[in-house]
Design a protein around this ligand. Sequence first.
Ligand code: FAD
Length: 273
Amino acid sequence: MLDATALQQEIGSDQFYGGLLTPKGAQLHVGKMVYGLATRCLEKGVAIFQHQPVINIDKTGEQSWVVTTPQQTIKAKAILIATGGSGPGPFNWFRRRIVPVGSFAVTTEPLSEELCASLFPGNRSYVTSKNIGNYFRLTADRRLLFGGRARFAVSNPRSDLKSGEILRQSLDDMFPQLASSKIDYCWGGTVDMSADRLPKVGEHQGMFYAMGYSGHGVQMAIHMGEVMADIIDGKSVDCPWLTTQWPAVPFHFGKPWFLPFVGLYYKVQDMLH
Ligand SMILES: Cc1cc2nc3c(=O)[nH]c(=O)nc-3n(C[C@H](O)[C@H](O)[C@H](O)COP(=O)(O)OP(=O)(O)OC[C@H]3O[C@@H](n4cnc5c(N)ncnc54)[C@H](O)[C@@H]3O)c2cc1C
């Protein structure tokens, strides 16, 4: 990681507000990565069951489980819960420990080469340091992808649209040069927040789990796949996220009724700092 001077040199002193530069930081297209990952899994003989939500899990013996979906039952030697914990299914214990929070993004229409070069000379990925902050980068077809929590709310089509409008406003405030650019896409999804925003890994009633990436799971969830394979094989691993005690979030029973208050708290913090 380089200090502020390197960043200042890259973007020019008149635009400099302070920050840190990670020269080896990279960006990726998550949809393409998931497609590539699934393709490699299939090549290795992994069975993928799409559109089959798990509705029940039964332990039928030592290293013997039966997983039920609406379409079929699947036998397994071991179970790893890696759903983010808050989705539908027999995951009540996890639901009391994971807070589902929406995360949202928009992309502009394709921008001119000149505009891109003047606004983002290093063509890097950027993230602001606020609690309710933003991240942004150019896509391969020169759109600005601009995301953030926007508001502490769940993700659904209506909520995504509302958050998209807030993102549009933040984008305009940060880049007045883009005020006349159209927004072509807006979307959202749910991230699995733990109370301390650190991943949680362990075993509950004989089922292994890895979750709670709190909005930073793209690379970490992939890495944890390898770590969990070793843990399930009984190998000794050095993993900082291993959790032996994982208390429930007080007054949280699955539906995050307190999100607006948490959002307000962080908003005030951002205003004060
Ligand atoms: C808009 C947005 C931007 C983001 N940006 C970044 C970023 O820049 N960097 C970063 O690191 N992270 C980012 N994240 C977070 C990242 O996407 C997650 O941390 C990551 O996807 C977690 O991976 P996972 O495999 O643990 O869970 P998920 O990707 O949530 O996968 C869980 C899967 O379990 C399935 N499932 C749920 N319930 C059941 C059930 N009952 N039966 C069967 N399957 C079930 C779900 O359908 C889903 O496919 C972003 C998220 C959003 C929404």
